[in-house]
Design a protein around this ligand. Structure first.
Ligand code: FES
Length: 88
């Protein structure tokens, strides 16, 4: 199991599990499309490994004016290591 800290909450998921699975939990993340299209799940990465960033995610982050890698779309991430993100 790996842990992800989002603001004041911590969740445990399997290593490699998609973070879109947090949709079913009580998080501060306002998930909407779950497909990397709306940008509602934008977070700032603090530390950890949230998986490879895709071209699609990079494109939307740039369009929204955020630096890919420093910022992530949580619905496009997987939990590879214990990680911490901040809500925007
Ligand atoms: S929920 Fe729409 S981009 Fe993540």
């Amino acid at each position: 199991m790996k842990k992800i800290n989002i603001g004041k909450s911590t969740f445990e998921l399997e290593k490699g599990e998609p973070l879109s699975n947090l949709y079913d939990y009580d998080t501060d993340i306002p998930f909407q499309c779950l497909r990397g299209r709306c940008g509602r799940c934008l977070v700032k990465k603090n530390y950890g490994n949230l998986g490879e960033i895709t071209q699609n995610e990079t494109k939307l982050l740039k369009r929204l004016g955020f630096s890919p890698g420093e910022y992530r779309l949580l619905c496009q991430c997987t939990l590879e290591e214990n990680s911490k993100v901040n809500t925007i």
